[in-house]
Design a protein around this ligand. Structure first.
Ligand code: UD1
Ligand code: CA
Length: 426
């Protein structure tokens, strides 16, 4: 199956200097969430139509490709003349396609892979040349409406072009379509910009095909919440709410406690083990792995690429970034651990900071198991602390330091603490 993702529009209604599809939802661009779903559906090389801030979108695509093992191909739409125009340009790279073409707008991140798979099955059971994923909405304002005659799907009318009675229709177009490639190519050639906006509308392909005698179908989503798209900042906030609620519910079903789900943020693609307790105002980004019997928060931020093993505590006002915390590590209050590996059973004192960034590069901190990092220690990376090492309160361990196993270092800059017997000898 080929796929075309639409991501060239500016997103005027966002009132932003940044292109809409790069706005983050739970720490990951909206476009990334859609790509992740496409990857889960087994799409390997989606065509992504870029235009507004094309360089920025392309550079995110490279990053996403690495992360999601995709080979997306950016296709440039120089001027944004509408969704139909965007698909026309992408379709030029698909001339040889004979199978199915999925079209997905980059601002619709909530439709799940399972839902899409069911939609694809329905399409294949029908004789339709194109199927539209529709959605019945309590408040359909802003979306294209699904037109039916005697129950049969006949077309889509955009809000701006709709009559008063058409505006009352509650079934809307999600903007996700599955086309037979040849029917798509044929219909694309016939779109005309005769509408209020003067744009080439992809939605017109439905009427074109239907008038030409081809079967067209619209299958409504079972859950209205999946059909939410992002046009404004209000929509973005609503999408984040739905996304995080859905993830948290899944974790609760798997045996994770959330003391206050409303006040907690968990991105998709996070794994949390049973009997872990997440306290409010915690923010957990995608790709994070948390073990069993952990305690997280309140007010913890765990960023992408972090692993927290069983029984660890990441307490209040602690930020963990691209770091690995071994079993039973305690970082209970006020700490920042970035690019760090912390061995099992180590205690991270309040106020511990890994200074992992020198203004140019990020550096690693390695702390052995059963170590004790005193309050307010600054670890200027790269540093290594052996098993059972200790730092005194307020010590500053300078870059390049290797603290041997069992050694105690203190002061600024931190140096080995001499035993009383050694001091007397001098
Ligand atoms: C579109 C649909 C509408 C549907 C809604 C669902 C059309 C004409 N209307 O409206 O029926 O209910 O989506 O979300 O298709 N884009 C480009 N190039 C362009 C224009 C848009 O790549 O020239 C991209 C945008 O970046 C965006 C997507 O296409 O990701 C949809 O565009 P948008 O302007 O948001 O369309 P809607 O007005 O929401
Ligand atoms: Ca939209």
């Amino acid at each position: 199956m080929e796929a075309i993702l639409l991501a060239a529009g500016k997103g005027t209604r966002m009132r932003s200097e940044q292109v809409k599809v790069l706005h983050p939802a739970l720490g990951f661009p909206v476009l990334g969430h859609v790509l992740e779903t496409l990857a889960r559906l087994g799409v390997k090389a989606p065509r992504v139509v870029v235009g507004t801030q094309a360089a920025e979108v392309r550079s995110f695509l490279k990053q996403a490709d690495r992360l999601l093992k995709l080979k997306s191909q950016a296709v440039l739409q120089k001027e944004q003349k509408g969704t139909g125009h965007a698909v026309q340009i992408a379709a030029r790279t698909l001339r040889k396609a004979r199978g199915e073409v999925l079209v997905w707008p980059g601002d619709m991140p909530l439709v799940r892979a399972e839902t899409l798979a069911a939609f694809i099955r329905e399409h294949r059971l029908s004789d339709a040349k194109v199927s539209v994923l529709s959605c019945v909405m309590a408040q359909p304002e802003g979306y294209g409406r699904v037109l039916r005659a005697g129950g049969n799907f006949i077309g889509i009318r955009e809000e701006l072009d709709a009559s008063e009675s058409e505006k009352r229709i509650q079934e809307v177009n999600t903007g996700i379509y599955l086309f037979e490639a040849t029917a798509l190519f044929e219909a694309l050639g016939k779109i005309k910009p005769n509408n209020q906006k003067g744009e080439y509308y992809l939605t017109d392909t439905i009427e074109i095909l239907s008038v030409a005698g081809a079967a067209v179908a619209a299958f409504p989503l079972a859950r209205e919440s999946e059909g939410l798209g992002i046009n404004s900042r209000t929509d973005l906030a609503e999408v984040v709410r739905v996304m995080k609620d859905r993830e948290i519910r899944k974790h609760m079903e798997n045996g994770v406690t959330f003391e206050s789900p409303e006040q907690t943020f968990v991105a998709p693609d996070v794994k949390i083990g049973g009997d872990t307790v997440i306290y409010p105002w915690s923010y957990i980004e995608r790709g994070v792995r948390i073990g069993r019997h952990c305690q997280i928060g309140p007010f913890a931020k765990i960023r992408a690429g972090s692993v927290i093993e069983d029984g660890a505590v990441v307490g209040s006002f602690v930020e963990i970034n691209r770091s690995h915390l071994g079993r039973g590590v305690l970082a209970k209050h006020l700490a920042y651990l970035g690019d760090a590996v912390v061995g099992a059973g180590t205690n991270i004192g309040a106020g511990t900071v890994t200074a992992n960034y020198d203004g140019k590069n990020k550096h690693r901190t390695q702390i052995g198991p059963k170590s004790f990092i005193g309050s307010n220690t600054v670890l200027i990376a790269p540093v290594t602390l052996g098993q059972g090492a200790k730092t005194g309160a307020g010590s500053v361990v300078t870059a390049g330091t290797k603290v041997p196993s069992g050694q105690v270092v203190v002061g600024v800059p931190a140096r080995p603490l001499k035993k009383v017997s050694e001091r007397k000898r001098k």
